[in-house]
Design a protein around this ligand. Structure first.
Ligand code: HXC
Length: 268
């Protein structure tokens, strides 16, 4: 007989079944932080759709997420830059699950490049993935999220609070994501829809920390007041809270989950 891992909730502080019967739609859910958030929400009872460009990775992640959580995870290939593709992904979600309660807009592009070495197309590509992709995802999901009085989480960053070298494209894109979420919160609040942003600090084992965090003075563990980098679980647990009823009056906020590292950066 094969060994079956017991399914445990992601958090000890929230009841196991708080998201029972809920459906999550997550762009960028095939890997990293967004996969971690999806796992946590599924561990609390939700089914999920993960959306991304790489079908192989999505299928592998969906199988893993279903096995770990005992819920259903549907992988759907789509590029958030193209409205038709994201609309089709939403249609597949409705066909499979009949509704959408929660949306994570997490698909993002990133690389390090100075302004002097960045092409117009390079700048545009990241704006299209992060900002236009967020807009396209909101447009395609909103009628369904209104119907359930659901909730959005957008994944941003802290790098645009100050000038972060080699990140002009991402800084501009993420500032626009923050602004978009705030407008969504205000416009859709009367329909019972909430919208918030999670701005992760350096998270161990992710693209952001491993490949993209600028090196040099003020970086590294010395810039971490908590004495550690963040863990994907730190972001995942924040997502559980934001989607839960415990956050029912929390909307239009940008929440930095960074162990206060942004405060210490401002002192340097
Ligand atoms: C300079 C680059 C480049 C690089 C791409 N471009 N990589 N320019 N340096 N390293 C330019 C290309 O030359 C081209 O412009 C344009 O960008 C589009 O490139 P393509 O490869 O044709 O586009 P595409 O395949 O659609 O996407 C490229 C990509 C994507 C955006 C780089 O593959 C990608 O994002 N990969 C990484 C995904 C990732 O890491 N996601 C996690 C983000 S974490 P020209 O002019 O030549 O046509 C995150 C956290 C932020 O966002 C916090 C960090 C601290």
């Amino acid at each position: 007989m094969s060994h079956v891992q017991p399914i445990v909730a992601s958090t000890a502080v929230f009841k196991d079944d708080i998201f029972k019967g809920k459906v999550l739609f997550c762009t960028g859910g095939g890997s990293g932080i967004c996969k971690g958030m999806t796992e946590a929400v599924m561990r609390h009872g939700a089914d999920a759709v993960i959306v991304g460009r790489k079908l192989d990775r999505l299928m592998q992640s969906a199988e893993e997420l279903s096995r770990l959580t005992g819920r259903t995870c549907l992988p759907v290939q789509a590029d958030v830059r193209y409205p038709k593709q994201i609309q089709d992904a939403v249609a597949k979600t409705i066909e499979k699950f009949g509704k959408i309660d929660f949306v994570i807009c997490g698909a993002a592009g990133n690389f390090l490049a100075p302004i002097s070495g960045l092409s117009e197309n390079g700048f545009r590509t990241v704006i299209e993935i992060d900002t236009l992709g967020t807009y396209n995802t909101i447009k395609a999901t909103l009628p369904h999220v209104r119907a359930t009085k659901g909730s959005y989480i957008h994944v941003s960053a802290t790098l645009h609070y100050r000038g972060t070298p080699y990140q002009v494209h991402v800084s501009a894109a993420k500032a626009a994501v923050d602004a978009t979420s705030n407008v969504l919160a205000v416009e859709e609040g009367p329909h019972g829809v909430r919208s918030n942003v999670i701005a992760p600090g350096p998270i161990a084992g992710t693209e952001g920390a491993d490949r993209l965090t600028p090196k040099g003075p003020g970086s590294g563990m010395g810039a971490m007041p908590a004495g550690r980098y963040g863990d994907v679980k730190d972001i995942a647990n924040t997502a559980v809270f934001l989607f839960s009823d415990a956050a029912s009056f929390l909307s239009g906020q940008v929440i930095a989950v960074d162990g206060a590292s942004e405060h210490i950066r401002s002192m340097q």
